[in-house]
Design a protein around this ligand. Structure first.
Ligand SMILES: [Zn+2]
Length: 251
């Protein structure tokens, strides 16, 4: 796992070569290569994108001369379309292989399963399950210890995100390591805490909406102080409350 200014990168390194998960931002390429060079002389053979956002795919073109890019079909579609401050991606940045439900690599003596989770963070997210190493890379279905970003304009939803987290927690053994899209290396209990935070705060906003509160009132009421530490620069408490309000008032 590599942390930096974009989404966390995961590597599988072994006799078959290097498989890389996500590519952060283009200007970070030299730093990423330098970090990788400390571990192996090989360049990445495969690059898996967990979803289309620029902080996870910005380095795609820089790695694609050597690496075959693999992602869910909607990652390719949304990269071609552009958005969120990015123009249409160059051809070199696009996944050359796409899938709809899942795809497995049999690589470095284990099954590496890339599994699509529908309409959570976006409509093109996947998690990457290392069945031998007992590790899951969650992409942006996990912001460890902080409020998550959910992107309805890219097909994401609070409801889908919750369902996806429940499914992953049901299927992941408790002793596995969990790589979040953002935040430190985490464990089962951390992912469980994230789900719990979402369930509790979502139920609270649902009650307020049912009581006829406006967005302004919901935001002004804030959250109990136990959730203060989940607030961060990109998704402060106000924005998280707005996300939940919008989720409970759509339709
Ligand atoms: Zn994202």
């Amino acid at each position: 796992m590599l942390t930096g200014s974009g989404g966390n990168i995961g590597f599988s390194i072994g006799d078959d070569g290097v498989l890389m998960i996500d590519s952060q931002f283009a200007p970070l390429e030299p730093k990423i290569r330098a970090a990788l060079a400390k571990l192996t002389e090989e360049k990445p053979k495969y690059l898996v994108n967990t979803h289309w956002h620029g902080d996870h795919t910005g380095g795609n073109a820089a790695f694609s001369p050597d690496a075959l890019i693999v992602a869910h079909e909607n990652v390719r579609t949304r990269l071609i379309k552009g958005g969120r401050g990015n123009g249409p991606a160059v051809k070199e940045a696009l996944p050359g292989i796409t899938f709809n439900d899942s795809v497995s690599f049999y690589f470095n003596d284990e099954q590496v399963e890339v599994l699509h989770l529908p309409n959570g963070h976006t409509d093109g997210d996947s998690i990457v399950i290392f069945h031998g190493s007992k590790v899951v890379h969650m992409g942006d279905h996990f912001f460890s210890g902080r409020f998550p970003f959910i992107d309805p304009q890219s097909g994401g939803s609070v409801e889908g995100y919750l369902k996806n987290l429940e499914k992953v927690l049901e299927e992941t053994p408790k002793d596995w390591k969990i790589i979040p899209g953002h935040g430190p290396l985490s464990f089962y209990k951390d992912l469980k805490n994230a789900l719990n935070m979402m369930q509790v705060t979502s139920a609270l906003v649902k009650e307020r909406v049912a009581a006829g509160k406006s967005l302004e009132e919901v935001v002004k009421a804030g959250l109990p102080s136990e959730w203060d530490s989940w607030s961060w620069g990109f998704i402060p408490t106000e924005r998280w409350l707005e996300t939940l309000y919008n989720a409970h008032t759509k339709n």
